[in-house]
Ligand binder design. Structure first.
Ligand code: MG
Length: 387
């Protein structure tokens, strides 16, 4: 039988070394809270059955935001020390009776599936496993910080990372027995309890975010794993009776209206298709069929918000959108600022990432004859690179 593995994510720290307005585990990394990335790394791993977070009671709202939509059990509140926090989490997991537990720092968001797998694999034959890297730099001792006082032997020294994996009953027992101690990691407790700890290879990218510099480094690592995508969209709606048109989410009084099943906002339709194109997710008609009565007269903001949500669901971020409206009238210029602001609002991105342009066709063709309004759009996104 496959062992049942639970992951305990320790995120109750205050991170005094980090600075900034938020505890480090809630700082944004690639637009997403650090802790969200950590939780997802385990929630998405096929061999992890349950993920439980230990948080600081003051962070309940931050945690709710970071864990939104992942579908985890309610978090546990941590104790006065890291060790007390881990113990609280283990006690909460006890009713689940997992065979194995992976104890992981909430501030190590870049842990790879391969590292998680290595730790679980090691636990097939041992009761404790530690991902670690050998120390390669020379180690110096200093008494006053300014001068070297000696050289330490680095042979046989390792840098401990997480997730540290354990047979669940063994580590729970060790935590209960040594509850009075305050050790910096859980394999330290295993050592005290006489449980042999196996070393498995860690990874340099599995860094712990303790400073703003670490966050910058993590952003660089993440960026190296992203690809840039662009998508284009094009749409046309015909003029009909009416006294206003809606363009890029802004209603403009006009002698005529635009015909369409929804609100006929060509700008938002073209942009929705551009975003869908960037993630190769069909087109607006496939997601919102004109035959569906639900979309009669619909606010097209809904279509665009859905496309943006699909981009984010793939781990993507919207870098830039650019819409060109094609018509002789109405004049777009006076409404450009309002349109850009509305795009920014719908897409939940900065207005500096939203461009709206307009052109006439010099009286030529269908747009020149004022038979309708056209729009084309380009969307640029960043998303995790495909393998
Ligand atoms: Mg349309």
């Amino acid at each position: 039988m496959m062992p049942v593995t639970a992951a305990l994510i320790v995120a109750a720290g205050r991170g005094s070394r980090f600075g900034g307005a938020l505890p480090k585990q809630y700082a944004r990394l690639g637009g997403v809270p650090v802790l969200r990335r950590t939780l997802q790394a385990f929630a998405r791993h096929p061999r992890v059955a349950a993920v439980l977070a230990v948080i600081h009671p003051d962070d309940a709202a931050l945690y709710a935001g970071a864990a939104d939509g992942i579908g985890l059990a309610a978090p546990v509140h941590g104790g006065a020390t890291r060790q007390a926090s881990v113990r609280a989490g283990l006690e909460a997991l006890a009713s689940l009776r997992p065979d194995l537990v992976l104890i992981h720092d909430g501030a190590r968001p870049l842990v790879s599936p391969a590292t998680i797998t290595r730790v679980i694999d090691a636990l097939a034959t041992v009761r404790a496993a530690l991902p670690a890297l050998p120390v390669v730099d020379s180690l110096k001792r200093s008494s006053d910080g300014g001068f070297v006082a000696g050289t330490a032997e680095r042979a046989g020294l390792w840098r401990a990372q997480t997730p540290q994996g354990f047979a669940f009953p063994a580590i729970l027992e060790a935590h209960r027995r040594f509850a009075a101690l305050d050790l910096s990691d859980d394999t330290g407790l295993a050592e005290r309890a006489g449980i042999p700890v196996a070393l498995v290879p860690g990874e340099e990218d599995n860094l712990k975010i303790t400073s703003q510099d670490d966050l910058v480094r993590a952003e660089r690592i993440l960026a190296a794993d992203m690809e840039t995508r662009t998508g284009t969209g094009f749409d046309v709606h015909r003029f009909g009776d009416g006294d206003a048109v809606t363009l890029c989410g802004v209603r403009i009084t006009h002698g005529r209206g635009l015909q369409g099943h929804s609100d006929a906002d060509v700008g938002l339709h073209a942009l929705t298709d551009a975003l869908l194109g960037a993630i190769a997710a069909e087109d607006i008609g496939a997601h919102f069929p004109p035959s569906d009565p639900r979309w009669r007269g619909a606010d097209s903001a809904r279509f665009l918000a859905h496309a943006a949500e699909l981009v984010r669901a793939r781990g993507g971020t919207i870098v830039h959108v650019d819409v060109t409206l094609i018509c002789e009238a109405p004049r777009v210029g006076p409404h450009r600022a309002a349109m850009r602001a509305r795009l920014a609002e719908i897409l939940a991105v900065d207005v500096a990432r939203c461009s709206v342009k307009a052109t006439t066709t010099e009286g030529l063709g269908a747009f020149g004859r004022r038979e309708g309004i056209g729009a084309q759009a380009v969307a640029t996104i960043r998303m995790p690179a495909l393998p």
